[in-house]
Design a protein around this ligand. Sequence first.
Ligand SMILES: Cc1ncc(COP(=O)(O)O)c(C=O)c1O
Length: 441
Amino acid sequence: MKVPDIKVTPPGPRAKEIIERDRSYIATTTKSAPVVVKRASGSIVEDVDGNILIDFAAGISVLNIGHAHPKVVEAISRQASQFTHFAGTDFYYEIQATLAERLGKITPGKHRKKVFFGNSGTEANEAAIKVAKSHTKRQMFLAFLGAFHGRTQGALSLTASKAKQRAGFFPTMPGVVHVPYAYCYRCPYKLTYPSCDLYCANIIEDVYMKTVAPPEDLAGVFVEPVQGEGGYIVPPPGWMDRIAKIAKDHGALLIDDEVQSGLGRTGKMWAIEHSDAVPDILTMAKSLGGGLPIGAAVYPADMDFKESGKHSNTFGGNPVACAASLATLDVIEEEGLVARSAKIGEHLAKRLDEMAERYEFIGDRRGLGMMQATEFVMDKHSKKPDPKRRDAIEKDAYQHGLILLPCGDSAMRYIPALNIPRDVLDAGLDVLEECFKRAAT
Ligand SMILES: Cc1ncc(COP(=O)(O)O)c(C=O)c1O
């Protein structure tokens, strides 16, 4: 099969029809490229007009093991033939306990853990908010500018990646204070690592806790170990450890949002494992279900709600999603995908670095493992963000058979499945380079 293979420039006629119906009947959300999928397997997508595209978006970092992995498909159909729902928060079934026990074992820290299951990253973070409040008996949270933790009113109050996400929706949950993230390419304090001595972390104690964030009221610090929607920003060495220490010194919980960065994406099982920090609560979703909706907040058993009815839902821990999750974890283990993400991620980063050298409009290449991005600028000297060029490249890419997804102000993420064959990865990067060439002329 020729990969990619564009027969009619997307969106083709059939795609246009479906997009029209989507626009008529589906709520306005965050649509990106007008790619309409018919079927997908591994890292290859066939659209409704017969085009074959390479997927570097992986369903927003959901398909770490690729589309429709046979083991996941098999696990889903096996479980679906037994029962599809039994309300796992109110009744009992084994597969949910099995998954919870396994998640407790594969997350950092050797203590016994408990898991609250929801259906999304947002719900995992909502659960984390409640666990932190009820355990610490405190009400405030610290989060970071550029953060994305979800869009429901509680999670939205932690999210701060784009003003429009919040505009018109106030009041959100009170008591959240945002602090600049460790964005070294555009250091908000115009300092340079390492001579800055992590000023952006120290300022939490030195300024924020003395002014707007009284530590005795601080329930937790929500942090993405690599900031995702905010632009795929990788903090410098030592930053996460410093944040963890500040939280611990003041009795606040470290809440590690691994919804986008987890399950091998960065070349470690959890992105926080690039540091020595051990989170108090870890939230995950996206790739956990191998394509089915599931989210989880994992925390020490002694932090659990002290009475029944404090938090619950209908679909959390759905048996089919649990089966898909267990199969996904098996695939990650059996195919050695954490190590592969680190290794093939080096190749991805190297090729992006080579392109960054060649093109004046790529200001920064950053990432860990298979969580990579480039930031588009007017020129390397001024570093003025160039979202228009980024958007034009995204369009040119899908028209030539490569599915990309933007992030941040002017960045593009490259997040193929961790098991993408090397030749498919290179074919996608070749398409990307052609797009850069055209953009440069
Ligand atoms: C880091 C992070 N947390 C939470 C969320 C929210 O997850 P969901 O869209 O599954 O609710 C996202 C989604 O992009 C995310 O990237």
